[in-house]
Design a protein around this ligand. Structure first.
Ligand SMILES: N[C@@H](CCC(=O)N[C@@H](CS)C(=O)NCC(=O)O)C(=O)O
Length: 211
């Protein structure tokens, strides 16, 4: 059975976790933090989470993992069968990651109560609107983010926007969902899916102070 290594507060971990749930692939979880220890680097070369353990070996990097899951269990399909539509999903996911999530992530320290340097906040205020304008050209929300098929882009975007919205507001006063017309209604629909509800409940449980 696949073992998913990571922690419930990580957006990337939750992308893979909800993909496993949506696909109905049985898995176990293994608690792991990002680490530069040799033992962890041996299974996740950049020391990041998530990574998965399969019968064939370890696999890191969310996109590689999502592609692998699609190959081992094609149904329900999380990518369109038409090559162009499939590429458009990947274009959207990559744009969200590179120009929204990774831009907002520069201010990650604010989540942990750290002071984010003014220069970083200025960069976020400069670059995030540009990324959001690009993503706004690609999203459909009809009803799913890439069109009429539920895809990996929905899962990727849900978790990426969750983090980017928080960081965008904290560091640059930017509301990511408000910047994308139709995003809030789609986000609420996503939050009601079983896979996401479970992952959010697991996050809430992890945040609860231990008695
Ligand atoms: N490119 C990686 C990114 C994963 C990632 O950034 N994970 C974060 C946790 S949400 C992490 O491990 N951060 C620690 C680090 O960057 O060293 C992927 O697609 O899986």
């Amino acid at each position: 059975m696949i073992k998913l290594h990571g922690m419930v507060l990580s957006n990337y971990y939750n992308i893979v976790k909800t993909a496993l749930a949506e696909k109905g692939i049985p898995y176990e979880t293994v608690a792991a933090r990002p680490s530069q220890d040799a033992a962890y680097l041996a299974i996740s070369p950049m020391g990041k989470i998530p990574c998965i353990q399969t019968e064939a070996g370890y696999l890191a990097e969310t996109h590689a993992i999502l592609d692998y899951l699609e190959e081992i269990k094609p149904s329900p399909a999380m990518l369109p069968s038409d090559p162009f539509a499939r590429a458009k999903v990947r274009e959207l996911v990559q744009s969200i990651e590179l120009y929204v999530e990774l831009v907002a992530r520069r201010g990650l320290g604010s989540l942990f109560g750290q002071e984010v340097p003014a220069s970083v906040k200025e960069e976020i205020a400069r670059d995030l609107p540009k990324g959001l304008a690009a993503v706004a050209k690609l999203v459909k929300f009809s009803p799913w983010i890439a069109g009429d098929q539920f895809t990996y882009a929905d899962l990727f975007a849900f978790w990426a926007f969750s983090l980017a919205n928080l960081l965008g507001k904290q560091n640059a006063g930017i509301d990511v969902l408000a910047a994308l017309p139709g995003a809030q209604a789609w986000y609420d629909t996503m939050a009601a899916r079983d896979s996401i509800k479970q992952a959010l409940a697991d996050q809430a449980a992890a945040r609860k102070p231990k008695a």
